[in-house]
Design a protein around this ligand. Structure first.
Ligand SMILES: [Zn+2]
Ligand SMILES: [Zn+2]
Length: 992
């Protein structure tokens, strides 16, 4: 077992080397007993009991727990440094100064073993370390009682030995916190070196939290709670309206959300000295319960909305408006918080204070120095977790990385607030552990002291119950309802996080291999490939996933040749490899169930809602036409044109042999990479006819051809037909262009790589251009029959409406879903005060302005294009919807000065389209206004607007006394700026 020895040296780093082994159990017989303090705390008892239970599980021998050593038995003393069972120990004393925070020390020699630390939870960590390193125990995931064989690995051995010597182990992160609700989760967390957070007075009362030596917290979004203390709200408001926020000239209510229709709530008036005094006193009062009793902290954050007091004194605290809005109230917040911190520290110099940096106070303030003893909890809300913060493939994460860097530069102690449990899919079944460990390393370098994970969805908490209905579709998950939580679905992520929180520099691949090989056993070689395929699908599909992303996001991963067939094949092979092993078989079945419940379901949603446009990628490197689609440009997030339908099936029947096309472009060419799946055992037959045997047909209609299209047919042995057509019967066969192509063949598919020059198809290609493209396929089925299919519902000619819209530019249209074809089901959430109702579904990507009172309806009767349009029904004559630039910044061309906008409208009223943001000229050229009087007929409004240096949102404002219909919103660069593309030279360097 050379490998294990090598690994065990790495699994945990050891401060001092060991000499001889000390046996606690030998040949199945106990040689040691546990010595616990007579007044041992709950965590110390839990540590001792866990140790005894697992040593017995491993060896069959039960160590006795007592308060004094037993004759002939080696004493194992488990407890904190100050516990009454500890005896003088020179080696421990000598090394105790090396213990930091939750760190621990283990010392073993022939006179006994000492397992200790400064904190109660350290003792649990020390015990689990011994069981892991010398007993080989792994606790994979919570959600079952600790000890359930399905959730752990516990090898048998007649002996349990630990080496002689002393070592100290410290965590790499001070804060390793989880919000949880359950018993078994908490035990798992502390056995894996994590911390449990108990919140408020309620958390204080829960014994299953006490056992884990939790960190107690008070606070959160409770500005109103702090203002009020124990006073009566109505009385306070009546007597002291000046304590409350000023909004539009009036003192208004305070709270996290309105509790009456039409009510406005605002943050309290924190420039008022009386308010500050009250809030500080109430903050001090709220921490009385925890004072001097273990780890606790006070958490500050605004009430959960962005309306702040507008009184003169409060406004004076703000700097001139921050252009991004992300730090508008930064100064004002720290004026408030510094005062809170100073007052609280007068009462308790050791009080720990934390603040979210959130909403409009995300960055270090420019006009005030934040109290350096306050810890900032950075909230990367909506960041992408598929990519690490440092991954250059993720433009979405750039502003979030900046948050961490700026607070680091400001020399503030930081932690983070992570939102893993509310991502897409029922169970967050996403292989994101590697990206996360890279983030941990980034955190470690930037003085981020740790993280807080929001809780996980479990059977015993309300969120899971709310999801029960959805789970009913999956009989397997219903059979094992324990497994409904995303703890299990992302156990690698949780486990690796726990491990690297103590071993940040260890080798990722080795640890990944170690824990997975124990979990999957003989199935691991297949499951390793399986996970690698999921990861490749996520990365190469160019998607991003963060907090509350729709389930369908990952559906795009299915549009890959051979996916999901190879996924199912690997799962089958994995199951076969462990047949007879009940536990591991169930683990693989669970993966299969998660794949179905998250990925397959996402694909179904995706197919229903997918964006009708395809985004062609701008070539950045050289494309060698060799029939191998191995250039980076083919892989880097480019989607596929697929979902070919059978000829004459009315778009209802999928082709058996699917085809996957990808498109790239540069100024003068368009490139297709097409992979055509073959029937099992089929070989390509040569034919002189480009329309016979295995062949592809392209129908390409650039805007300059005015609805005419270039037709190209090409069979698998390279015979070509070209024409310029306006219909099936009207083709100019003399038309040719000098295409370059190459076909390759493999057992599963044949591949075409082709370059088509565009000089004769209307000239240069520009980012943002929209082309109509159809691909057809003739395929040889087993048995000699032909299958004819196309991506335009099986139709070939004369169906421009059915052809795919291809947008030039991988990043897609600057503003999404201008066709209103993408929408999700909508039901008014409980307690929602949002004025809008969304009938027939809610169109994705659009933001519906809360201050305008309107409803929206997805309608399907006679849309001007596609299947749907949007009807707006303003109740007070204005409806306003928009999209924020920063959510899709990657698509916003740098240096863009002017943009062409257009919108199809039906109705009567005023239509204003504008970009908000800072304008240097100060002139209002950033908008176009139209008076529309077309109640029964669709009409197009269009114009050009100026783009500021820092646009922040696009708005469509409709002033109408009755409903108004819109569709086909377009936003395109009016003048082509320097595209910002790296030069080919630079790109080639990067690729090498
Ligand atoms: Zn004020
Ligand atoms: Zn990303």
């Amino acid at each position: 077992m050379k490998y294990l020895i090598l690994f065990s040296a790495m699994l945990f780093s050891v401060a001092e080397s060991f000499a001889e082994n000390i046996a606690l159990v030998e040949n199945g017989r106990a040689k040691a007993s546990i010595v616990l303090a007579s007044d041992a705390s709950a965590p110390e008892k839990f540590a001792a009991e866990t140790f005894v239970n697992y040593v017995e599980k491993i060896t069959g021998a039960k160590l006795v727990i007592g308060t004094a050593p037993l004759p002939e038995m080696l004493p194992v003393r488990i407890g904190t440094r100050s516990a009454t069972n500890m005896v003088k120990n020179a080696s421990v004393d000598k090394n105790a100064g090396k213990i930091v925070e939750d760190g621990y020390i283990v010392s073993a020699d022939k006179t006994g073993v000492t397992v200790t630390g400064n904190k109660k939870r350290s003792v649990i960590y020390a015990v689990s370390h011994l069981l892991g390193k010398y007993g080989g125990v792994i606790w994979f995931y919570p959600g079952r009682k600790v000890g359930d064989p399905e959730a752990e690995y516990c090898p048998k051995s007649p002996d349990f030995r630990i080496p002689e010597g002393t070592f100290v182990k410290n965590p790499d992160f001070t804060l390793r916190r989880y919000f949880t609700s359950g018993v078994t989760e908490n035990e798992w967390l502390v056995l894996n070196g994590q911390q449990v957070v108990a919140h408020g007075e309620y958390g204080w009362t829960l014994p299953h939290f006490w056992k884990c030596d939790p960190i107690f917290t008070r606070g959160g979004h409770d500005m109103t709670g702090l203002l009020l203390g124990k006073d009566n709200y109505d009385k306070l408001f009546k007597e002291h309206p000046e304590y409350f926020g000023l909004c539009n000239g009036k003192r208004v209510d305070s709270g996290n959300m309105p509790w009456k229709v039409g009510q406005i709530v605002c943050q309290p008036c924190t420039s008022n000295p009386e308010v500050l005094k009250r809030m500080a006193n109430n903050a001090i009062e709220s921490m009385k319960l925890f004072k001097g009793k273990g780890d606790s902290f006070r958490d500050f954050s605004n009430d959960d909305h962005t309306r702040w007091c507008q009184c003169e004194n409060c406004r004076k605290l703000d700097l001139p408006l921050d252009t991004t809005g992300n730090n508008r109230e930064g100064n004002r917040w720290w004026h408030f918080l510094n005062r809170m911190a100073a007052e609280m520290r007068k009462d308790d110099p050791n009080v720990q204070i934390q603040t979210l940096v959130y909403q409009t106070y995300r960055y270090p303030p420019a006009g005030i120095t934040p109290d350096p003893r306050v810890r900032v909890a950075i909230c990367p809300h909506h960041r992408c977790y598929i990519h690490s913060l440092t991954d250059p493939r993720c433009p979405m994460n750039v502003p979030f990385r900046k948050m961490f860097e700026e607070w680091h530069k400001a020399a503030m102690t930081a932690t983070s607030f992570e939102y893993f449990n509310q991502m897409c899919g029922l169970n967050t079944y996403l292989p994101m552990e590697k990206s996360w460990i890279e983030d941990l390393r980034f955190y470690h370098k930037h003085n981020v002291k740790g993280y807080l994970f929001t809780g996980s969805t479990m059977f015993d908490i309300p969120e899971w119950k709310a999801n029960m209905k959805k789970y009913r579709d999956n009989p397997w998950l219903m059979k094992y309802p324990y497994d409904g939580g995303n703890w299990v679905a992302r156990w690698q992520h949780c486990w690796m996080n726990a491990y690297f929180s103590w071993n940040i520099d260890d080798d990722y691949d080795k640890v990944y291999e170690y824990v997975n090989s124990k979990y999957y056993g003989a199935a691991w070689p297949f499951m390793k490939k399986y996970r690698a395929e999921l990861i490749a699908a996520l990365y190469e599909s160019g998607i991003h996933v963060g907090y509350e992303f729709p389930d369908q996001t990952i559906g795009r991963c299915f549009e890959r040749p051979g996916f999901p067939a190879s996924i199912y094949k690997l799962l089958d092979q994995a199951s076969a490899a462990v047949s007879g092993d009940v536990i591991r078989t169930r683990r693989i079945e669970r993966d299969r169930a998660y794949f179905e419940s998250d990925w397959v379901r996402a694909y179904k949603d995706y197919c229903r809602n997918r964006q009708s446009e395809y985004n062609a990628g701008h070539r950045t490197g050289q494309i060698v036409i060799d029939g191998k689609l191995d250039e980076n440009d083919w892989k880097n997030g480019l989607g596929y044109i697929t979902g070919f339908k059978l000829f004459a099936s009315d778009g209802k029947k999928d082709a058996v042999l699917q085809t996957y096309g990808r498109i790239l472009f540069d100024e003068n060419n368009i490139y297709f990479g097409v992979e055509a799946l073959k029937a099992p055992g089929a070989s390509l037959k040569a034919s002189k006819n480009p329309f016979s045997g295995e062949h592809l047909e392209f129908f390409i209609s650039p805007p300059a051809l005015n609805s005419k299209y270039y037709q190209l047919a090409l069979n698998a042995n390279g015979k070509v037909y070209q024409a310029l057509a306006s219909s099936a019967s009207n083709c100019d066969k003399t038309f040719t262009t000098s295409i370059e192509y190459k076909i390759t063949d493999s057992p599963e598919k044949w591949t075409l790589e082709i370059r088509i020059p565009t000089d004769k198809l209307g000239g240069t290609v520009k980012t943002g251009d929209m082309w109509k493209i159809n691909i057809g396929r003739g395929a040889d089925l087993t048995g000699g029959q032909q299958e004819i299919s196309s991506v335009a519902n099986g139709v070939f000619h004369d169906a421009l409406d059915l052809y795919r819209t291809v947008v030039m530019g991988k990043e897609g249209p600057i503003f999404r879903n201008g066709d209103f074809e993408e929408y999700g089901a909508w039901k008014r959430p409980a307690n929602s005060k949002h004025p809008w109702n969304f009938f027939g579904g809610k169109a994705s990507y659009w933001y519906y302005n809360e201050t305008t009172d309107a409803d929206a309806e997805i309608r399907k009767d006679n849309p001007p294009s596609g299947k749907t349009y949007l009807r707006l029904i303003p109740k007070k004559s204005t409806a306003m919807l928009g999209q924020f630039v920063h959510t899709n910044q990657k698509a916003f061309p740098k240096g863009l000065k002017n943009a062409d906008v257009s919108l199809k409208v039906r109705g009567k009223g005023e239509v204003i389209i504008y970009l908000s943001g800072k304008s240097s000229s100060g002139e209002k050229k950033n908008r176009v206004t139209f008076n529309v009087d077309s109640p029964d007929k669709w009409t197009t409004v269009s114009g050009t607007i100026e783009v500021h240096e820092q646009p922040n949102a696009l708005w469509i404002r409709l002033n109408s006394s009755r409903s108004i219909d819109i569709d086909d919103f377009r936003f395109a660069p009016a003048a082509i700026p320097d595209s910002g593309m790296p030069s080919m030279e630079a790109e080639e360097k990067r690729n090498n």
